[in-house]
Design a protein around this ligand. Sequence first.
Ligand SMILES: Nc1ncnc2c1ncn2[C@@H]1O[C@H](COP(=O)(O)OP(=O)(O)OP(=O)(O)O)[C@@H](O)[C@H]1O
Ligand SMILES: [Mg+2]
Length: 275
Amino acid sequence: MRKKAISIHSSRGGTGKTVIATNLAAIYAVKGVNVALLDLDFCAPSLVDVFSKGISGSVKHWLNDFLDGRCRAEQALIDVSKAYGLKGKLLLGLANPSIEAIRNMMEKSRAWEVTAVKRLFSLRSRLFDAMDVYCCILDTSPGVQYMSVNAVVSSDIAVAVATLDSLDLKGLENMLAELYDAFAKRSVVLINKVFPETRVWSSDEQTDLIGKMEKTLKHRVIGVIPCYCDVLQAKRTSLLAVDKPYHPFLRNLEEVAEKLDGIKEVDMEEQVLAE
Ligand SMILES: Nc1ncnc2c1ncn2[C@@H]1O[C@H](COP(=O)(O)OP(=O)(O)OP(=O)(O)O)[C@@H](O)[C@H]1O
Ligand SMILES: [Mg+2]
């Protein structure tokens, strides 16, 4: 498996980025792959709460501290794999949820943002070169906040998550044209919360919907995930990949993970051809 960073982004809020990012990370870690999951949603941090069961004691260093140059990469990461019984490491980089920290992040200067993106690249190198991490997943804020753009820029694959809501799709089209084409190395669309579940029940129906969406968006669609009532109602501290490993939502995400892994082969082929 080639090392890669995957950003999970969307134009509008609530499309399922965090649920997808956390479970994708857990799917890799369950298989024994070492993974890092970074909360780059500094406006509305959530991973500290999602993983509260696995975080013992108080968090000493946040990703905010690392980006501010107040701590080293290793200090800003917490391994929760033991707490969840995962085979691979699951290293969390957490955003500070205090009001002061959120306001502080919103007032950062352009110069700080430039330094922050360099630090993000250095964190990525550290994870891949020194910490044996194979996959780094970045959960982001919706829209075009600097840190979300930084996440897209510093990832190998940007996954744009959207629902079939017309405003979501409009926002997605704008982002594909103005953000991904300019900044992302590779970008793919993931349609989530498709209602009703039965609409994408069979693989033929999924293929039909993917084909239709690809034609409309003129972009690769990597999967369609139904809206599952129990996922919508589940406690946010419940990690499906651990608590309900046979849930169909995970089968959908595993297929997405396989396709994301497949992208590397295309890259490698292109590299070989270029050589
Ligand atoms: N496929 C799905 N089926 C049902 N519910 C889902 C699905 N995906 C996500 N959800 C639910 O949608 C809600 C929003 O999900 P989530 O917080 O992951 O979105 P988000 O894009 O990270 O939001 P934000 O932009 O606010 O960070 C949650 O209640 C989550 O459980
Ligand atoms: Mg989120």
